[in-house]
Design a protein around this ligand. Structure first.
Ligand code: FES
Ligand SMILES: [Fe+2]
Length: 441
C-alpha cells in the first residue's frame, strides 16, 4: 500500500549526490507520486487559445485523472474529470472539439459545459427524489483552476500555495513568451506531437537541461550537420535553423561550461546562454527577423524590445511536467502513465502580429526537436528506455547525480546556480520531489 511508505524510508531514497533506483521502478512509489505530486501541484492544462469559444474543449491528464478542459457558456474555463457520474463510463474520447454538451455513450446522461447534469433519459423510471441539481450527479470538477497570461493551470488539491507562488520566478518565462508577440497575444497553432516511451516520467525533465549528454546522445545529427559544407551565408531560413540547431548539440566542454544553470526549491530550472551566437541570437540579421523586430519595436519601443529578445532561457522546466521554450514558442507536457510508461505531448504557438515565416520556424523547430520524426527527442527517448531497462537490474541500487555538486551556489531561498556542466537540475528536482513526497518535511 502506497501510504505505508514512511517518511524516513522516502528520505533514505534521495541524497544530494544520488537517488535510489526504486524512484524509477517501484509501482508503490509511482502511486504515491500521483497523489502527493500530481495530486497536489499546479499542472498545465491548456492554453486559452485552444478553447476560444463557449463549447470548445481539449482533453489532458493530471496524474491518473483524465480531464476535459471546457469553455463554458459564460466564457469561464472549467476542468471536468472525464467519467460519467452514472456508471462511470468515459464521457469523451476526442482529444479536442466543440460541443453543446457532453452526452455519455452508455445511457445518454447529458452534462453541461460546467459539468452539471442537464438531462437523463426515461425520467419516469427514476425515484421521485432524483434531482438533476444534486451535486453528486454532476461530473467531478477541479477544485482549483487559474490562468497566468493565457496559460491555464489546475490543481487537484483544494488548498495549497497559489499559482503565482507555485510558479515563482518562472512567471518571467511565461511573461517573456507572451511579450515576444507584437500584438501581445500568442495562439496554439499547427499539429500536436504525441509520443510514448517505456520509461519513468522523471527521465524527461532530468534530461532536458542535462548539458553533458547532447554531444553523445545526439552525435549522429551533430556529425551530419558538421559534414554539411553547403554555404548558408544567404540562408534558406529553415535549413539554416536546422543546421545550427544540430551543430549546437555538438558544443565542446568549454561552451557547455559557459552556460548558466539556475534551479529553485520548487524543482523548476532553466538553462541560460544556449545558442548565444546562433540563429536565436537577438542581434541576428535576416529579412524575417528584421520585420519581426520592427513589429515588436512598434509595440514596445526599442529598449524594451531589446530586453525581451535578449532573454535567453532555453528549456524552462516547470516541475513536475512542463517545459517551455519562449525563443521558439514551444511547449512540452509530460504525462506519467505508469511507473515505466510516459507520454510526451509537444506543440508550438504563433506570435500574433509576427511574420508568418517566424511561425514556420517554430513548426520546424517542433518537427526537428519534439515530433516522432525528430532527430532529437527520438534519441532521448531511446536513452530513457535504455535507462529503464538498465534499472531493471537490482544492482547497483543508486544513480549518481554529483556532477557539479561542489560548485552549486545555493542561497537561503533554495535558489541554485551553477555552470553548464552540472547536474544542478537533478538536485533541484529531487529536492522538490522529497518535499512533496514527505508533505513538506
Ligand atoms: S454510464 Fe454514463 S449514462 Fe450510464
Ligand atoms: Fe537530448
Amino acid at each position: 500500500m502506497p501510504d505505508t511508505i514512511a517518511r524516513e524510508d522516502l528520505g533514505r531514497l534521495v541524497h544530494p549526490d544520488r537517488v535510489h533506483r526504486r524512484l524509477y521502478t517501484d509501482p508503490a512509489i509511482f502511486a504515491l507520486e500521483m497523489t502527493r505530486i500530481f495530486g497536489h501541484c499546479w499542472l498545465f492544462l491548456a492554453h486559452e487559445s485552444q478553447i476560444p469559444s463557449p463549447g470548445d474543449f481539449v482533453r489532458t491528464r493530471m496524474g491518473r485523472e483524465d480531464v476535459i478542459v471546457t469553455r463554458g457558456r459564460d466564457g469561464r474555463i472549467h476542468g471536468l474529470v472525464n467519467r460519467c457520474a452514472h456508471r462511470g463510463a468515459q464521457l469523451c474520447a476526442a482529444e479536442r472539439g466543440h460541443v453543446q454538451a457532453f452526452t455519455c455513450p452508455y445511457h445518454a446522461w447529458t452534462f453541461a459545459l460546467d459539468g452539471a447534469l442537464a438531462s437523463v433519459p426515461h425520467r419516469q423510471s427514476l425515484p421521485p427524489g432524483f434531482d438533476l441539481k444534486d451535486p453528486r450527479l454532476a461530473l467531478a470538477t477541479l477544485p482549483r483552476i487559474e490562468s497566468y497570461r493565457g496559460f491555464v493551470f489546475g490543481s487537484l488539491a483544494a488548498e495549497g500555495e497559489s499559482l503565482a507562488e507555485f510558479l515563482g520566478p518562472m512567471t518571467e518565462a511565461i511573461g517573456n513568451f507572451v511579450d515576444r508577440a507584437p500584438l501581445g497575444e500568442i495562439e496554439q497553432a499547427g499539429g500536436i506531437a504525441r509520443q510514448e516511451f517505456r520509461g519513468n516520467w522523471k527521465l524527461h525533465h532530468e534530461n532536458a537541461n542535462d548539458t553533458l549528454h547532447p554531444g553523445f546522445v545526439h552525435e549522429s545529427s551533430v556529425a551530419a550537420a558538421r559534414a554539411d559544407k553547403r554555404d548558408y551565408a544567404t540562408p534558406a531560413f529553415d535549413e539554416h535553423q536546422t543546421h545550427t540547431q544540430m551543430l549546437s548539440n555538438g558544443f565542446g566542454v568549454r561552451e557547455w561550461q559557459s552556460l548558466a544553470l539556475t534551479g529553485f526549491a520548487g524543482g523548476h530550472s532553466y538553462m541560460g546562454g544556449f545558442y548565444k551566437g546562433g540563429v536565436l541570437a537577438p542581434d541576428r540579421d535576416d529579412p524575417v527577423w528584421r520585420d519581426y523586430r520592427a513589429a515588436l519595436a512598434a509595440r514596445h519601443g526599442e529598449e524594451k524590445t531589446a530586453r525581451i529578445l535578449a532573454e535567453d532561457r532555453f528549456n524552462n522546466l516547470l516541475y513536475p511536467n512542463v517545459s517551455l521554450n519562449a525563443q521558439y514558442q514551444q511547449i512540452r507536457i509530460v504525462q506519467p502513465l505508469a511507473v515505466d510508461r510516459t507520454r510526451v505531448i509537444a506543440f508550438c504557438f504563433r506570435l500574433k502580429g509576427a511574420p508568418e515565416a517566424l511561425f514556420h520556424r517554430a513548426v520546424r523547430f517542433l518537427t526537428n526537436l519534439s515530433s516522432p520524426a525528430s532527430m532529437i527527442l527520438s534519441d532521448d527517448i531511446e536513452i530513457f528506455e535504455r535507462v529503464q531497462s538498465g534499472l531493471a537490474n537490482g544492482v547497483p541500487e543508486w544513480l549518481d547525480q554529483s556532477r557539479g555538486l561542489a560548485t552549486d551556489r545555493v542561497d537561503n531561498s533554495g535558489r541554485r546556480e551553477s555552470t553548464g556542466i552540472s547536474e544542478l537540475p537533478h538536485r533541484a528536482q529531487y529536492g522538490a520531489w522529497l518535499r512533496y513526497m514527505t508533505g513538506g518535511a
